[in-house]
Design a protein around this ligand. Structure first.
Ligand SMILES: *Cc1c(COP(=O)(O)O)cnc(C)c1O
Length: 453
């Protein structure tokens, strides 16, 4: 007694629609009972088969109530983005196709979609059109991949092949980054053999941007890591002041632009990213501001030879072609065809739609700052992109408000520490967020401030 495939998948689609339909009627964060009920999905390994329809029904009934409603327009935690409906559809199709996008010969579709999506991404962000683009899981792996290429290039210039000779006896490589570099940059560096204590830290200003006047002398053994879009403030490093100098000194410049690089695709905010195009490599998420499903990001690198040094791996059975071989650009061999959803998002929105989505999120962030600032909240950052960092009176009140808001369930936002003080963050990166969502969230915050403040 097994359900036939079309019936099964129609059920799944029905559950998904029911979930998305109800997204605004449920708490944005699951309640404790919903999370506790997840244990009913566990227990010993099932010994015998069960009808697939029952399996999916259990997911719908038990698991879906335990989700964080991060696709809701009132989820402002971290920087998570949402999912454009067209990208959910594209994701379903790509899953049904189950392409292994690691090689042209195993999936011409996977490789060719990457070529198209890569070209569109470079155009939208106005980055070098002939750069290499690798499709990976997130900005962590994008940073890792670009920095692996950087490591190969910087050592290569010193006559050292990290590919052939490894790292243990290698000449020194300097790593320089800002005090506000994202934690995953340090993680990526550690995975590449650079310890946290080896990293030279450049002080940042009140917005979290690197201070160009505090940059140490750089040379051709240096990898300089900049940031476009600080997770608290949205601030971008002063690219025009730093990158030309760094490159003239022979350093490799990487920019972590996990969400901020999307500002390049929105004329109204693109000024904050001026000069970023001069870098050697960039990392940017698609699952944040492009609003495609997890997990999805790209890294972009001018230097194809450095990418080859870092990632090419061949074997006779892999039947390499003279076409794009995606796995020669990324850490993974087998992987899903992420470019399909990126392609769908760009095709559905177009250049104008992407600019509008990014600008709308930034406008919502400014509304938050304006409304909450008027209501007595301290807006701690200059709201240049989509991030608002704020507090109310003192640490204790700030935390009390945030916890009350999280319990309330209308919206969700998370804590941070900004410039040594407790705060919370509002990140607007979801296509679905409306003015009503912003107003409802402001109302909850202001009510909590009245109660505790
Ligand atoms: C989110 C983020 C990352 C990490 O990205 P993942 O997609 O979670 O791996 C890195 N840097 C910055 C600036 C980010 O905002």
């Amino acid at each position: 007694m097994t359900t036939d495939t079309p019936t099964l998948l129609r059920h799944a689609a029905g559950y998904a629609l029911e979930y998305l339909d109800g997204i605004n009627d449920r708490p944005v964060f699951p309640d404790a009972d919903a999370i506790a009920a997840l244990h009913t999905l566990g227990g010993p390994v099932p010994e015998s088969p069960e009808d697939s329809a029952t399996v999916l029904e259990a997911l719908h009934r038990v698991a879906s109530p335990a989700t964080a409603a991060s696709t809701s327009g009132r989820y402002f935690g971290f920087v998570v983005g949402g999912t454009l409906p067209v990208t959910i559809g594209a994701h379903w199709l790509a899953t049904a196709w189950d392409q292994n996008a690691g090689g042209w010969t195993v999936s011409p579709l996977g490789a060719e979609m990457e070529i198209i999506a890569a070209g569109w991404l470079l155009d939208l962000m106005d980055l070098p059109r002939d750069a290499a683009v690798g499709f990976v899981t997130g900005a962590t792996m994008a940073g890792f991949s670009a920095l692996a290429a950087a490591r190969a290039a910087v050592l290569g210039r010193q006559g050292w092949s990290v590919r052939e000779q490894g790292l243990r006896m290698a000449p020194p490589v300097r790593i320089v980054t800002g005090a506000e570099a994202h934690t995953t940059i340090h993680k990526a560096l550690r995975m590449l053999g650079f310890g946290t204590q080896e990293v030279e830290i450049v002080p940042t200003d009140a917005q979290g941007a690197m201070r160009a006047d505090a940059l140490p002398a750089l040379d051709e053994t240096t990898i300089l890591i900049l940031q476009a879009g600080n997770i608290n403030s949205g601030a971008c490093d002063p690219f025009t002041d730093i990158i030309p100098k760094a490159r003239a000194a022979g350093a490799w410049v990487h920019v972590d632009g996990a969400f901020g690089l999307w500002g390049r695709a929105a004329p109204a905010v693109a000024e904050h990213l001026r000069g970023v195009e001069m870098a050697d490599s960039w990392s940017v998420d698609a699952h944040k501001w492009l609003n495609v499903p997890y997990d999805s990001a790209v890294y972009i690198c001018r230097d194809h030879e450095a990418v080859r040094q870092a990632f090419t791996a061949d074997a006779a059975y892999l039947m390499r072609s003279d076409r794009r071989e995606p796995s020669n650009l990324t850490p993974e061999l087998s992987r899903r065809a992420r470019a399909v959803e990126i392609w769908a998002a760009i095709r559905a929105l177009g250049r104008a739609g992407i600019a509008q989505m990014v600008e709308r999120c930034c406008a919502h962030a400014r509304t938050f700052a304006h409304e909450l600032g008027s209501a007595g909240f301290e807006i701690m950052n200059e709201v240049c992109l989509n991030q608002v960092c704020l507090r109310y009176r003192d640490d204790e009140t700030t935390l009390a408000i945030m916890e009350a808001v999280q319990r309330d369930g209308t919206c969700w936002l998370g804590p941070t520490v900004w410039q040594g003080r407790k705060a919370f963050r509002i990140s607007v990166s979801n296509w679905a967020t409306t003015e009503e969502d912003v107003a409802a969230t402001v109302a909850v915050l202001v009510a909590a401030a009245r109660r505790f403040g």
